[in-house]
Design a protein around this ligand. Sequence first.
Ligand code: NAD
Ligand code: UDP
Length: 310
Amino acid sequence: MRVLITGGAGFLGSHLADRLTDRGDEVICMDNLFTGSKRNIAHLREHPNFEFMRHDVIDPFKVEVDRIYNLACPASPVHYQYNAIKTIKTSVVGAINCLGLAKRVNARVFQASTSEIYGDPDLHPQPESYWGNVNPIGIRSCYDEGKRCAETLFFDYHRQNGVDIRIARIFNTYGPRMSPEDGRVVSNFIVQSLKGEDLTVFGDGTQTRSFCYFSDLIDGFVRLMDQDATVGPVNLGNPGEFTMLELAENVIKLTGTKSKIIFKPLPQDDPKQRRPDIETAKSELNWEPTVPLEEGLKETIGYFRELLEL
Ligand code: NAD
Ligand code: UDP
């Protein structure tokens, strides 16, 4: 298989590149290095089945591939809000470019969608049939609506042009190779703990998220892409649900830091609760996560400790 991964130098993209090159696929990794880094793929540079292409997914491209995984898009609220217009262009124009290519070369194409599709959900846990509660004009909209529009484009190319699509709705995923400057909660709390800084809990910390370890998620990606029956959307995430205060306390315990918890204002439209209903992934892909939060956190703490040389 020749595979294009857009966003391949990012946290998830680089792990996917590992998984696919390991099994003998030829991987072309396309990335503009906005939030990704060469460090994430340094170990693959000499691999005979790996190629890096510095390119922006919003600019047209043509490569001969059998499969496309479209992961290009900043995922952290800090980074996707940095240039909101660019973020929505990346999702929408990036999806059009991937789908156009898939149509021309007859490739199967995967979209890294998100639980943000559900917005601030009033149905809990969230099944794929839920249409969501998304503010179309808020500070998170560039990401949420961009990803929603990308899903629409995927289904329209599928219905209208017969493009072979797969859509995964990814819930909060963490692990080694997240950037220390990423800004998402798991990496923030770990980096703050290791540096002896206070942990910044936004709001009163009672909002919840469900955290999936990267290796489980990548396994779900590959299962979804390798089967013929289900196009999705399929929720991929770990149903274990925690408040941000619980997460902070867990990270403090596991790092053994003397850092304290401090409270900062809750950002606008921050979802109050989030947990995936993974019945579809279980029944259609025979997939469910296996790594408990504490185990994944220990691995991730080890990674950041080495990276920050602490
Ligand atoms: P990440 O920021 O580490 O990776 C995103 C990658 O895309 C980076 O390497 C970045 O440089 C690249 N990129 C951004 N804009 C680009 C552009 N215009 N052209 C080319 N490359 C571009 O984040 P991640 O966690 O690895 O996320 C990967 C994908 O998964 C994203 O599409 C994200 O929306 C989706 N996702 C992730 C999570 C999660 O919890 N990790 C949850 C839901 C969805
Ligand atoms: N959060 C926090 N402190 C931080 C970063 C994030 O309390 O330093 C909270 C944030 O308000 C949200 C949750 O953690 O309620 C998850 O945030 P993240 O940015 O990781 O992802 P989201 O699921 O909001 O996209």
